[in-house]
Design a protein around this ligand. Structure first.
Ligand code: XMP
Length: 319
């Protein structure tokens, strides 16, 4: 019968056959897919692999540290950690068009990745954590023949530009299978079970211009929200949950004083593949408790709302 152990063996043999003595570069995003691909490839070809982690400063709280610790610390995989927050945030400040934001991030990501790859002497292969739904989605994501709903940020375009061949060992897998493979490879459960996270990161959860201050506020709210979800034992029942910091300020009252701060929207959906989704039906006590914590603990937010839009007609992300 087909097992993950068997898949692992076969994938390792395939990677070795394809790569030979060539050099491979893998871009880490902080997410599950690229991490599983990298660990699998490292198992196959060892230090012929170098990982490049372009840290765009748009990750959630502590995420970048976790990636670096996992790769350098636990797996001892060669890793270039590029701290590029200034580059990305400066380019995004004052830009509020969602497509321009996505394209700016995509372009800077490719430029940064390419420059770092050159510094280490280039490679013959580019590894990507492309999944089966990504293969399908590049066809059907548009929702029609010529309507692009959102530009998807992955490293599309890079292999051609850099004259590298692709290694995509997860191309036939669905998300739940990638998680099973990650467990098989010994990745920590907290990492493997993570909700999906978009390439453009928190920038698309900060409608309007992105600033360091807004990212700081959003990160804190998001961390509290996820903490409450975990405490309530709901994390695994939800496909994706996150906070969005709205570019709207409202009046509130705190103690004797008037406040005028941002609105935070909470989102949570169930889904099988991200193509369609239903908003998650929390009980109101959970929402009330979470809103109170966010407002009490995060300076800069004085109102919390819950998004009850399903997909379609909404998308999961707000931009
Ligand atoms: P939407 O918002 O289109 O999102 O309903 C569907 C799923 O895709 C994720 N997403 C992305 N993932 N690069 C990614 O790798 C992107 O540019 C991107 N945009 C959205 C989103 O988080 C959800 O899981």
């Amino acid at each position: 019968s087909w097992t993950m152990a068997a898949f692992r063996e076969q994938a390792i043999a395939d990677i070795r056959a394809k790569v030979g003595s060539g050099r491979v570069i893998c871009g880490l995003s902080g997410g599950v897919d690229s991490a599983v691909a990298a660990v699998l490839i490292h198992e196959a070809i060892g230090d012929q692999l170098t990982c490049i982690f372009v840290d765009h400063g748009l990750l959630r709280q502590n995420e970048a540290e976790q990636v670096v610790e996992l790769f350098r610390g636990s797996y001892n995989i060669p890793l270039v950690h590029v701290q590029a927050e200034d580059l990305f945030v400066d380019a995004l400040t004052g830009e509020s068009d969602p497509e321009v934001k996505r394209k700016t991030i995509g372009r800077l990501f490719i430029e940064t990745f390419e420059a770092e790859a050159k510094k280490i002497g280039g490679a013959d292969f580019l590894a990507q954590g492309t999944l089966y739904p990504d293969v399908i989605e590049s066809v059907s994501f548009t929702g029609g023949p010529s309507v692009t709903i959102k530009s998807h940020h992955n490293v599309g375009g890079l292999p051609e530009r850099m004259n590298m061949r692709l290694v995509e060992p997860l191309r036939e897998l669905f998300k739940d299978e990638v998680r099973a493979l990650g467990r098989e490879l010994g990745l920590p459960e907290a990492f493997v079970g993570r909700h999906p996270f978009p390439g453009p990161g928190l920038a698309i959860r900060c409608p309007g211009g992105v600033t360091r201050d807004k990212l700081h506020i959003l990160r804190q709210a998001d961390a509290i929200y996820l903490d409450e979800i975990r405490k309530a034992g709901l994390y695994d029942a939800i496909w994706q949950a996150f906070a969005v910091l709205l570019p709207v300020q409202t009046v509130g009252v705190m103690g004797d004083g008037r406040t005028y701060e941002f609105v935070c929207a909470l989102r949570a959906v169930t889904s099988v593949d991200g193509m369609t989704a239903d908003f998650y039906h929390y009980d109101m006590d959970f929402l009330g408790r979470t809103a109170t914590r966010i407002i009490n603990e995060v300076r800069g937010i004085n109102r919390v709302v819950y998004d009850i839009t399903s997909k379609p007609p909404g998308t999961i992300e707000w931009e």
